[in-house]
Design a protein around this ligand. Sequence first.
Ligand code: SF4
Ligand code: SF4
Length: 393
Amino acid sequence: MGSIMSTNHKYAYYVEKKALELTDRPQKFLRAFAAVLHHSNYGLAMDVYTRLSAKCSRCAASCQLYQSTEKTQDIPCQRSELLFRIYRRYFTKSWILRVRLSNGFELTDEYLDEMADAFYRCTACRRCKYTCPIGVDHGLVTHLARWLLSEIDVIPKALLAATREQLEGVGNTSAIPVPALKDTCEFLEEEFRDIFHVSTVKFPMDVQGAEYVFFLAVSDYLLEPDTLMGNAAVMHVTGGSWTIGTGNYDGINYGLFYSDRMMERIVNNVVAEVRRLRGKKIPVGECGHATRSAWFVPTFCGPDAPEVVNCMEYAHAQLLAGNIPLRKEKIKGRVTYHDPCNITRTGRLTEEPREILEVICEEYVDMYPNRAQNYCCGGGGGTVSIDEIRSFR
Ligand code: SF4
Ligand code: SF4
């Protein structure tokens, strides 16, 4: 098995000990696969993808991973075939018959190990989907394969530990307790005073009935205070009715990277906090994966669930309405924008950030390729959070 980087561990990423001790993994994997097919609509995609393939390798030509490594294991259709083979063998009638006659493929531990490596090389960015003549979504296949692997406990420990902290621990992925959250926000209010000489910008907490209940990637409170201050400033000048809920203030959702089951629980918790505060909308920070996972709110919580708004959408609408006063001097130098796969791949949010930058920068230029065809930076599929494979990224 070609590993992402050399470690003394079984996989390129750390997993919990129980993942290495589990017995009867193929049977458990197959039971999980059967349950997912029964309770979801993945079966439809599997049926289509496993019956049709032009075997044209266009997906390889458009995958930045394969372009970089040129390894056969990184050819998208070859990796997805690892899962398709299991589906055909165990979940379609014609294949079961053929296997009986030919004594063919059986799922083994070694095969699962190969999958564990392969499906964490793909970043699930979905760039290749656009070039496939039959629309095979290898990002979706990667997501399903990771979910099934997680059901036999093969999950990068970094993702698992963060999700566990969010769902069963302090309540957020960075384990930031409420007093530290409040302390950080008070400090940023002081920064507004000291740097910008504005004393009226506040980070309102637990305001009942506020229109917007803000969800940022919680690591922003530790690492990216500028983005927090930017959001607070926009809310302040536009007179937005907003708050941060102390019951849940984390927009991160690593379920998007490895498990629909986890993603649904995290989305439900976000909506529960908005309802506790009787809020109406869920503004999400600039984080791509946080935004895309929040877009699943209506899927998991129904059409009456609060509306999701990315902060760039909010700022753009307010800018167009003339509610954001800008300085005369613009940001100097050439500026570009890297489209985040999770936000842009479907073409849902592409022009708003550009139009904001064109207004506030002296020279805005698009990088190439851009918008739905952008190159993936590797972060959105979880790679950025798994330290052991950062060099691979
Ligand atoms: S989803 Fe992205 S990384 Fe994965 S195979 Fe397609 S283009 Fe490559
Ligand atoms: S582009 Fe689509 S049809 Fe062509 S090899 Fe890849 S998955 Fe198959």
